[in-house]
Design a protein around this ligand. Structure first.
Ligand code: MF3
Ligand code: CO
Length: 261
């Protein structure tokens, strides 16, 4: 069963998502040659604290492991869950996927985007464009009355039409009082399948797209997921509210509530 949020839950989702988007947005101008992924983490951690929120990633449990940072920063062939490091220095031609998941007032907002360290190759530029478009189309498919598979198939069709691959090993998800709620929202699948979309659902829609094949593996650090063939990978994500009037993107910067004293 997919949770449906009431008025209060929706109001809180709006708040946390605005904060998560504000933090993510603040990192974009910092992405340039010579910066380390730890510099981005430090800036993100400070901005999260300034806004009075909490990282939902920090301490996140996966088996025996606890995620050690406040942001996920994945460079080039790293798909998701890259761990920030003092040693990873950005260079021209890199692409950097930034993923910010925050908790505020008991609700969670999740968003991500991939930023180029310009200039990047035309091929990589196209990868970013197609992944961003796939997210937009996936969101547009999140109409009340449609099914989850309509989101999945729309994303997959757009990506594959351009010769890229959707990652199969990780999926989008419901988000709300927990970072991961039902349903799973794969970036591949069949139109007309899966649960029906109703008003008041909140989804993290997040195409992860590889320039090469879709296979991934996890590095020995236990977190960093990379494209198995080493090809560049892009990731764009929004948290979206379903309404009778159509999907509404909640992870838009601005309207950040004043920090309660
Ligand atoms: N957006 C990621 C996800 O939905 C965030 C994971 S936080 C981490 O899986 F701790 F697992 F890295
Ligand atoms: Co997510």
């Amino acid at each position: 069963m997919i949770p449906v949020k009431d008025r209060e839950g929706i109001a809180r989702m709006r708040e946390v998502c605005a904060i998560a988007a504000t933090v993510l947005d603040s990192l974009k101008p910092l992405v340039r040659p010579g910066v380390t992924t730890m510099d981005l983490e430090e800036a993100g951690r400070a901005e999260i604290a300034r806004l009075g929120a909490r990282s939902a990633c920090y301490g996140y449990e996966h088996g025996e492991r606890h995620y050690p940072a406040h942001t996920c920063i994945s460079v080039n062939e790293e798909v998701v869950h890259g761990i920030p490091s003092f040693k990873r220095v950005l260079r021209e031609g890199d692409i950097v996927s930034l993923d910010v998941v925050l908790e505020y007032n008991g609700y969670v907002g999740d968003n991500a985007f991939t930023v180029p360290v310009t200039p990047v190759s035309p091929e990589v530029e196209k990868l970013l464009g197609v992944t961003r478009e796939a997210l937009a189309l996936g969101i547009r498919a999140a109409q009340v009355g449609n099914r989850i598979g309509d989101i999945s198939s729309t994303i997959q069709a757009h990506v594959e039409r351009h010769g890229f691959s959707v990652v199969r090993d990780m999926v989008g998800h419901g988000v709300g009082v927990a970072m991961h709620e039902p349903p799973e929202i794969p970036n591949f699948g069949r139109r007309g399948t899966g649960e029906k979309i109703r008003p008041g659902m909140t989804f993290a829609i997040e195409p992860m797209v590889n320039l090469g094949g879709y296979a991934t593996r996890t590095l020995p650090d236990g977190w960093t997921v990379v494209a198995a063939d080493g090809s560049p990978s892009a990731h764009f994500e929004h948290t979206v509210l379903t309404t009778e009037k159509g999907p509404e993107i909640l992870t838009i910067p601005g309207l950040v509530p004043a920090r309660s004293a």
